[in-house]
Design a protein around this ligand. Structure first.
Ligand SMILES: Nc1nc2c(ncn2[C@@H]2O[C@H](COP(=O)(O)OP(=O)(O)OP(=O)(O)O)[C@@H](O)[C@H]2O)c(=O)[nH]1
Ligand SMILES: [Mg+2]
Length: 293
């Protein structure tokens, strides 16, 4: 029996459902999901293993025109996903027109490797519109095979999965067969807290936040976690804490519930807020937080 393995990298505009798709394919909640754009900031690996295959899915940040250093790093993650892909998944949603970046779009159209173009969120649309979009995208990206899916409802995911397997190159596995991702547990702690922050706070606040877990101590019965919520300016600190601490309390409770499910243990979670002036424009800080080499 010959073994297949390869990178299947998911790219597209913000908020189209890339993370929802990866989680559906992997069957775990690896990437955080919210209704806000730029939820994903990293390239996140999700590994699916079979007896004779290993698929390395990469979820990536939504494609944008970068306005500050953090967003430059986010787009570097997208670039890296073009470089090592064996199969590219280009995801759009029914209502959408163009990719936000012309150069990336040309890379997809001229791709030498197979491109699967997914029109997502078809659960929100009509049959007529979906049909129209199907033809429109097939014309725009003739080298792609188009799939109509709903990542949320897990509709048409099975045929997509079969197609991916058929396209994988023959190769031994890249990672041990029991490994699910390349990121450490602390990363998922940070991301879970950031997800709750994206849900709880408005406007610029979530985009000014970085989460760092300073303590992660596991015993037989409990994991003790201490995490710092970093904001860019003094004025944002009070907003994060909220009136009588209610806002940050909600974040802590919701993150703890999710993490108990994800890590399968009781969790004690302490949150602190600190100001780290203009961290998202500071290369030194971005390196420290794992956005740059
Ligand atoms: N109705 C519907 N909603 C979906 C579907 N897939 C994703 N969503 C919703 O779309 C929103 C964005 O989903 P994400 O998976 O976070 O999107 P993303 O492309 O990873 O977004 P970024 O990380 O910000 O680039 C969330 O509110 C999802 O619940 C779908 O098939 N149908
Ligand atoms: Mg995402």
């Amino acid at each position: 029996m010959k073994h297949k393995a390869g990178y299947v990298n998911i790219i597209g505009n913000p908020n189209v459902g890339k993370s929802t798709l990866m989680n559906a394919l992997v069957g775990e909640r690896l990437s955080i999901i919210t209704s806000k754009a730029q939820t994903t900031r990293h390239r996140i690996l999700g590994i699916v293993n079979g007896d004779d295959f290993q698929i390395l899915f990469s979820d990536t940040p939504g494609i944008i025109k970068p306005a500050y250093e953090l967003q430059n790093s986010m787009m570097d993650f997208v670039k890296s996903a073009f470089d090592d892909a064996d199969v590219l998944i280009y995801m759009v949603e029914v209502g959408e027109k163009e990719l936000k970046d012309e150069a990336f779009f040309e890379k997809i159209r001229n791709s030498k490797i197979p491109v699967l173009l997914l029109i997502n969120k078809i659960d929100t649309s009509t049959q007529d519109l979906v049909q129209e979009k199907f033809e429109c995208w097939q014309n725009k990206v003739p080298n792609a095979e188009v799939f109509l899916v709903s990542a949320l409802e897990k509709f048409n995911i099975e045929p997509l999965f079969e197609k991916i397997i058929s396209l994988l190159p023959y190769s031994p596995p890249f990672y041990p067969k029991d490994q699910l991702t390349d990121k450490p547990e602390r990363f998922f702690v940070n991301e879970t807290i950031r997800e709750k922050i994206l849900i709880q706070y408005k406007k610029e606040i979530p985009y000014s936040v970085e989460v760092v877990t300073e303590e992660f101590e596991e015993s037989d019965t409990i994991i003790k976690i201490r995490s710092i919520i970093m904001v860019e300016r003094d004025s944002q600190k009070g907003i994060i804490i909220g009136y009588k601490g209610t806002a940050i309390k909600w974040v802590g409770i919701e993150a703890r519930k999710d993490l108990e499910k994800f890590l399968g243990k009781k969790i004690h979670l302490e949150l602190y807020v600190k100001v780290n002036k203009n961290w998202r424009s500071d290369k030194q800080q971005l390196k420290r937080f794992g956005y740059m080499e």
